[in-house]
Write a protein that binds this ligand. Sequence first.
Ligand code: DGT
Ligand code: CA
Ligand code: ZN
Length: 586
Amino acid sequence: MNEANLRLIMDKKQLSNILDEISTLLEIKGENPFKSRAYMMAARTILAESAEPAKLVASGEIRKIKGIGTALADKITALVTTGKLDYYDDLKASVPQGLVEMTAIPGFGPKKVKKVYDELGIASISELEYACKENRLADLAGFGAKTQDKILQGIAFLRKYRERHLFHRAEAAAKPLLEAVAGHPEVIRAEVAGSLRRKKETIKDIDIVASAKPENADAIMAFFVSLPGVDAVTGQGTTKSSVVLDHGISADLRIMPDDKFPYILHHFTGSAEHNTAMRSLAKKRGMKVSEHGLFDENGDLIPCQNETEIFETLGLAFVPPELREDHGEMEAAAANAIPQLVEMDDIRGILHCHSTFSDGANTLEEMATAVRDLGHEYFGICDHSQIVVYARGLQPERVVEQHALVDELNQKFNDFTILKGTECDILNDGSMDYSDEVLASFDFVVASVHSNLGMKHEEANRRVIRAIENPYVNILGHPTGRLLLGREGLPLDMNKIIDAAAVNHVSIELNASPHRFDIDWRYCKYAKDKGVYISINPDSHSVDGLADMRYGIGAARKGWLEKDNVLNTLSLAEIQAFFARKRGSR
Ligand code: DGT
Ligand code: CA
Ligand code: ZN
């Protein structure tokens, strides 16, 4: 079998997920902890490898990777070449499915799952919820009333978010669908609409709109519902069809004659709030707007070739899809004051990335070279600080070693500079995880919270504001520490945090990872008004992760940010001056 065929069976993400699941299953069964750990580590290793597993297997390289023994290499080979592994199937069959599902509850790992199963016979999320409400976990060793409340909160959290998907997953699922529909010979125009087009941080479902002659619609719909990746068809009609994809995400396709395309594109792009605002404006002007069209006072259709003409007819400038949230875009469009939103080409450097010095998968040189190859002027390395032991945070001696390496590498470049940064932990009381002396040895400091995110509102504000006031801190990294669809993060009063950043010449990160998008786009406009630079950082742990910058740009655009509001659109000299200003102001 050649490589191309192998790749179709399983990519590294899918293989890594299975290895992770085996690790979880072993842990739930209470087997040798070293064994389950080996699978967990292998899952990470596979993900960090630049080559796809099919290639590693084909070349025999899989057998040379550290931490992957013969037995594991055999199992990976079976999975990658046949898509099946008896060991995995048997293991799955031996553990109730509900137990694995329970591990999705935040803070409820396999060990706890095993405990409630062994002691109380609880084998599903609903049973667990019921048991908590009955107070049955209160007396269980290692649990207690507090844990019980946490579990209930975790279950509620899971329920609330299960219906949504991370942006990058939805986008990846939508891409082949749109390409297929747009490539159909009878389709005239096709686009993705909905929250995906608006670059929302999470997505409920994919909306695709297309135009075609009415007599062709049924054939296109038949083609759509039989596309690869479609798991179930939940509706099939002439104007609308709905499917559920393999990954559990749903997608709708709507088809209209081409003269109606601009109106359906606008309507199904939304948001519902933006549409409501458009409807009331149209009414004020004696018109009517809906998915059926834009109509004058006599009820006659006003022909529009595209969305721009719809806006123009209503006396508005074109509103970029990202801004259509009824967050002031109607007023701005009426005043012809829609911002010139930041673009990827405006970016001149990348900050806040990790290397093998801490928990990254690529070396400092590999990371820097990759950033240089993107055409950038500078790269700010920001490995973890000493307290983050699980991520191999740098002790002060290692910082010195890293700086020596940076100096050496910088000698080699004449058009590119590595800046010495750190992602220094903000401790519980708001003090920093390095002494002032160590902090002073960096060109710039990113301060982030990674632990104790459950603290109360006021305490959390004090903690972060104290870090902002530290004379060495230049950027507040992922302010809340939230994980989208996973955990809420610190309950900060973000306006106060932005105020403090403004006074202290501190930039706030917009973490470009689609798991974070933290600071939330909803606060970017306030930061812009206050003159606080937003730094779009990928926080990447590998060369591949640098591509997350694209998502960060989308989130920044959604937050109304223009080139001048984004820290890493500055030239090297300008950003150095910005960093120096903080220290000079003390
Ligand atoms: P989501 O929840 O991530 O799927 O977000 P959307 O915005 O994609 O929402 P969806 O898929 O329910 O509907 C797509 C668009 O269709 C929505 O943004 C605006 C329009 N739309 C849907 N339902 C309504 C409605 O009840 N009123 C108005 N004005 N517009 C609607
Ligand atoms: Ca949608
Ligand atoms: Zn971090």
